[in-house]
Design a protein around this ligand. Structure first.
Ligand SMILES: Cc1ncc(COP(=O)(O)O)c(C=O)c1O
Length: 363
């Protein structure tokens, strides 16, 4: 089957571009002497996980317990870190079962949350590795660096848990207005996480892992040194936001949406069969503006409803009903999560179909 023959809309992954992205990040981590643990939420597939592991990834990062249950069973992953504050005895029991099958660690950022997992593991006479989440400026979850040592002490005192390290996600990098600003955020991400680790060590608690991770800050955070692990996710596919931020050129974007023009009601307006249920309505970063670039044109998706993607036709561009286009979406992770399958293509040939088995795994 050729890409032209796919029923639209369809999400295609250019495998050559994806493999180059995987190799580039693997080399960057290897050159710095640190571990790479890609975030699997971007692709949610066993096939892409295997490519990352074959290129030297030490294991996978995931967010949710059910993502781990699904991907561990399907992809033979041996090492998983859930980079999320997991809370609840129900989750604790599932993590206990999972820890029979993989080397496991999870995120924590509170004593109350950590205790819900500690009790399950202590009762079973087992121990769960945890990484303390440090807030380096995203202000989502995590303890501020100044509180890291005190919180680590209280968590280390819980029977059933062992502190393996610290981790952070500098999501504020997606708001960086210039590449220089993003790079400064990446350097700060490394420095603050390392300082938190040093404070915890000074309190007498060993810290094996200092883990940072986001795609825009990956290069600068790794170059800054002092960390042991990076966890980028989006880098495997990239998207319009990474291009806008200056993280990568369009040529390094592996995931696109093939869509058909279904209506041209006015010279300045063309409509695709791909709306928010296909390309997601995530905003373009760092500045909102459009919902996807129509590749090979200057036109953008200006407006979405569920099944319609409205292109604001740029001067010099023309669209006709029935024409197929490729859209570069704003956020690759959100797009993968909306689809049952990704079509793996080399050039114009569809080589394989990858089921997005961990989509919708939210618990
Ligand atoms: C905790 C955590 N780690 C790593 C990542 C990967 O970030 P990115 O997709 O920018 O590579 C994310 C993404 O949201 C995250 O939340």
């Amino acid at each position: 089957v050729r890409v032209d023959e796919l029923s639209t809309p369809a999400v295609v992954v250019d495998v050559d571009v994806m493999e180059a992205n995987v190799r580039r990040m693997a080399s960057r981590a290897a050159a710095a002497g640190i571990a790479l643990r890609p975030h699997g939420k971007t692709h949610k597939t066993a096939e892409v996980a295997r490519v990352q592991l074959a290129a030297g990834a030490v294991g996978l990062t995931l967010a949710k317990t059910s993502e781990a249950e699904t991907l561990v069973a399907a992809a033979g992953i041996e090492d998983v870190f859930l980079a999320y504050p997991i809370v609840g005895a129900d989750k604790g029991r599932r993590l206990l079962a999972l820890s029979d099958r993989v080397r496991l660690a999870v995120g924590v950022d509170s004593v109350e949350g950590a205790r819900t997992l500690a009790e399950v593991f202590a009762e079973a006479g087992r121990s769960l590795d945890v990484l303390l989440k440090i807030d380096v400026g995203f202000h989502r979850v995590g303890v501020v660096p100044e509180q890291a040592a005190a919180m680590a002490r209280r968590i280390a005192d819980l029977r059933g848990l062992r502190i393996r390290g610290v981790f952070t996600h500098a999501g504020q990098g997606y708001g960086g207005q210039t590449p220089a600003e993003v790079a400064a955020i990446g350097r700060g991400e490394s420095r603050l996480t390392r300082e938190a680790a040093e404070a915890i060590r000074a309190a007498g608690i060993p810290v094996e892992v200092i883990s940072v991770g986001s795609t825009p800050t990956a290069a600068s955070a790794i170059a800054a040194g002092g960390i042991t692990e990076a966890r980028p996710g989006s880098y495997v596919f990239n998207d319009a936001s990474e291009v806008e931020l200056g993280t990568c050129p369009v040529e390094e974007c592996a995931l696109t949406v093939v869509a058909t023009v279904v209506s041209v009601p006015a010279p300045d307006r063309a409509v695709l069969d791909a709306g928010s249920k296909t390309v997601s309505n995530d905003p373009l970063r760092p500045r909102a503006g459009s919902f996807g670039h129509v590749l090979g044109t200057r036109s953008r998706l200006a407006r979405l409803s569920e099944e319609h993607g409205v292109i604001a036709v740029a001067e010099g561009d023309t669209f006709r009903v029935g024409q197929r286009v490729r859209v570069l979406p704003n956020h690759c992770c959100a797009v993968a999560n909306l689809h049952d399958r990704l079509f793996a293509v080399r050039g114009d040939v569809v080589e394989d179909t990858w089921p997005v088995i961990a989509r919708g795994k939210v618990d």
